[in-house]
Design a protein around this ligand. Structure first.
Ligand SMILES: Nc1ncnc2c1ncn2[C@@H]1O[C@H](COP(=O)(O)OP(=O)(O)OP(=O)(O)O)[C@@H](O)[C@H]1O
Ligand SMILES: [Mg+2]
Length: 305
């Protein structure tokens, strides 16, 4: 069963010459966390909004849980739940009002709505602030109201467009755990994020879009293979010349006083010795999604200039 099936979807906003998305074909499996990555303006929100029936495709087709987004928008709205990018809670309403009223609108009975509201406000640590108007809450707390509203609802497919933006590390983990529970109950999730660690922790499948087109997709393991070397070693730049590292692999400057060598496990011993001899701090780790993202999107943007 597919949660989303997009076929050659193009979106051109009125008054703009260039398509925001061009001939995008994607299949999102049900019961999984599917993550869209891409730079600012890549077209992620445009895709999410078309799937969530808030925006019409210019051409191509999208089916969400088997229904067409144009002809069966109403059917889709009853079985999805959305955290929009840059959503804002209503100033005068409290976290309790937001979540409880939304559950009632979505058809929950009074008792069930009360219980779920309590559960999600506690999970996201909004319980103590439950009766304070949203205008008196912090930015992160306001964001958590939107997450609580979307996640308390009983739906089959959840759209999370940068759900943890502005959240502290502990709050982010609370959202991650709610996402995992949603999946454990058999629900599907379409996530967008700029946090690569978040994508690594949560995603079953990742699609990277750049300037409106899909440029890579696969599991995290698949995407890691985009960089041929499997290990990265960061060594303090202090007094170290780039040339001495180049025989071991490709070298990039991290911009944080470190040189990063993409290499193989077999070079770890030599490189550690080189660093130890010069008394330079160094770290060894596997290639991350962050590296893959910069490698793919950085290099492709260069080529297209
Ligand atoms: N309402 C709109 N009218 C005209 N152009 C738009 C509109 N919304 C988005 N765009 C354009 O469409 C392109 C894709 O935007 P979109 O919001 O989908 O990007 P995104 O990948 O979500 O970026 P971000 O990571 O910054 O949220 C951009 O070039 C943007 O300027
Ligand atoms: Mg966006």
């Amino acid at each position: 069963m597919l949660a989303i099936e997009a076929e050659r979807v193009t979106k051109v906003y009125k008054g703009s010459g260039r398509p925001a998305l061009e001939a995008v074909s994607l299949q999102v499996e049900a019961g999984k966390v599917f993550t869209l990555l891409g730079r600012n303006g890549a077209g992620k929100t445009t895709f999410v909004r078309m799937c969530a029936t808030q925006l019409m495709p210019t051409s191509g087709s999208i089916r969400v849980l088997g229904c067409d987004v144009v002809r069966q928008a109403k059917d889709i709205r009853g079985v999805i739940s959305v955290v929009p990018q840059e959503g804002r809670p209503l100033r005068a309403l409290t976290p309790w009002d937001h979540v409880y009223n939304w559950l009632r609108i979505r058809g929950e009975g009074k008792q069930a709505a009360k219980e779920k509201t309590g559960e999600f406000l506690r999970r996201l640590e909004l319980w103590d602030a439950r009766d304070r108007p949203a205008m008196n809450l912090s930015g992160g707390m306001k964001q958590k109201i939107l997450v609580a509203m979307a996640m308390a609802v009983d739906a089959k497919l959840l759209f999370l467009d940068e759900p943890t933006i502005g959240l502290d590390p502990v709050s982010r983990r609370q959202v991650w755990s709610a996402i995992k529970d949603w999946k454990a109950k058999g629900g599907s999730i379409l996530l967008t994020t700029h946090y690569m660690d978040e994508a690594e922790v949560l995603s079953d499948y990742i699609v990277i879009i750049d300037k409106g087109s899909v440029i890579a997709q696969g599991t995290i393991q698949d995407l890691r293979r985009v960089i041929p070397q499997n290990t990265r070693i960061d060594i303090s730049k202090d007094g170290l010349d780039r040339e001495s590292l180049e025989p071991y692999g490709s070298v990039v400057d991290t911009g944080a006083g470190m040189l990063r060598v993409f290499t193989f496990e077999s070079a770890v011993r030599d490189l550690s010795e080189l660093a130890l001899k010069r008394n330079l701090p160094f770290t060894v780790s596997p290639v991350t999604l962050d590296d893959v993202f910069v490698h793919l999107v950085g290099s492709i943007s260069e080529e297209r200039k």
